[in-house]
Design a protein around this ligand. Structure first.
Ligand code: 6IA
Length: 140
């Protein structure tokens, strides 16, 4: 399976180590198209914003599944989730309310019937949710 992993970049990098951990789980099951999201620092591969967007959207179109870690709020991640839904991709959104007490996932994402939302406290719960989500995909 080709997995598009979305997580905050300019929205803030405080969860970058968590992203690495989640990508490692995904990479055992499929091909992660967006491993750069998990690397610290993000490779500033001298692409323009226009080029970054075009490259990411072509990866997104080619993906079999989209997984987003949405705890650190990111406009880019929200944008990618919306595009993924419009393309009919299976979408898993992971959210850890404990990062900031009282924080809640955007209603636009949490309220979308095309999204599977998993709220978790500890990384192993997110890892299990990823494995279960990928196992539930229709086989080609
Ligand atoms: O709004 P954000 O930057 O937090 O959006 C993050 C999301 O947009 C991620 O899921 C990525 O797929 C995508 N994205 C945003 N910026 C980049 C990027 N920048 N490279 C690849 N994907 C990106 C290159 C580094 C840049 C800081 C110079």
């Amino acid at each position: 399976v080709r997995i598009y992993f979305a997580a905050s970049i300019r929205g803030g990098r405080e969860d970058a180590e968590l992203y690495m951990r989640l990508v490692a789980v995904m990479a055992r099951i499929g091909e992660v198209l967006t491993e750069h999201v998990a690397s610290a620092p993000v490779p500033g591969d001298s692409l323009s914003d226009r080029e970054i967007r075009a490259r990411d959207l072509s990866w997104l179109r080619s993906a079999d599944a989209v997984i987003a870690e949405a705890t650190v709020p990111s406009l880019g991640v929200g944008y990618e989730i919306a595009v993924a839904i419009a393309l009919g991709k299976p979408v898993l959104v992971l959210f850890r309310p404990a990062l900031r007490p009282g924080s809640r996932l955007s209603a636009m994402v949490a309220g979308d019937p095309g999204v599977r939302v998993v709220e978790y406290r500890h990384p192993p719960e997110a890892e299990a949710a990823i494995a279960a989500f990928l196992a539930s995909l229709p086989r080609p």
